[in-house]
Design a protein around this ligand. Structure first.
Ligand SMILES: Cc1cc2nc3c(=O)[nH]c(=O)nc-3n(C[C@H](O)[C@H](O)[C@H](O)COP(=O)(O)O)c2cc1C
Length: 153
């Protein structure tokens, strides 16, 4: 059973919709289950326990959401040398008004510090979540879950 952790923060609901679509994609995959957690409620053990993690953040002021950064701040020291996190697959979904590149690059850099493994191209979703965007989020969730189950990561 692939346990996929989806960590998100959302103030006005856009990123939450994307994160829920990612979770739906995971749940639609055989032998996979999604754990959807707000970043503020996520602790280091959650990252240790999952088989892959997908981080969903809005871009605020050219950066990731403060709650996502807070999650990294709270957990990095305890996890940076932890074998349970080494090469764990990760994906990223960014929700942005018109850019998203800054939030993305900072999250990617931090994920490198955790020694997580990039297994899918990140999604940067601009504006409201259209059906097309939600479908891409579902696909990201199912692709990562399938990859974990197939042992290809
Ligand atoms: C305080 C604040 C700062 C923002 N800064 C940016 C920004 O720097 N770049 C950008 O593309 N969008 C920016 N936006 C737009 C949000 O990224 C976008 O509306 C996103 O979908 C919000 O996600 P949420 O509904 O999950 O909170 C900002 C929005 C807010 C509320």
């Amino acid at each position: 059973m692939a346990d996929i952790l989806i960590i998100f923060h959302s103030q006005t609901g856009n990123t939450e919709k994307l994160a829920k679509a990612v979770a739906q994609g995971v749940e639609e995959t055989a032998n996979a289950r999604a754990r959807l957690l707000r970043a503020a409620d996520t602790v280091a053990q959650d990252l240790k326990d999952c088989n892959a993690v997908i981080i969903c953040s809005p871009e605020y002021f050219g950066y990731m959401a403060g709650a996502i950064k807070d999650f990294f701040d709270r957990t990095y020291e305890g996890l940076k040398d932890d074998a349970a996190v080494y090469k764990k697959p990760f994906g990223i979904v960014i929700s942005a008004g018109n850019d998203g590149s800054f939030a993305l690059s900072h999250i990617e850099r931090i994920c490198k510090g955790y020694r997580l493994k990039k297994v899918q191209e990140p999604l940067v979703c601009k504006g409201k979540a259209t059906e097309e965007v939600l479908a891409k989020c579902r696909e990201l969730g199912s692709t990562i879950a399938e990859g974990v189950n197939a042992g290809i990561f």
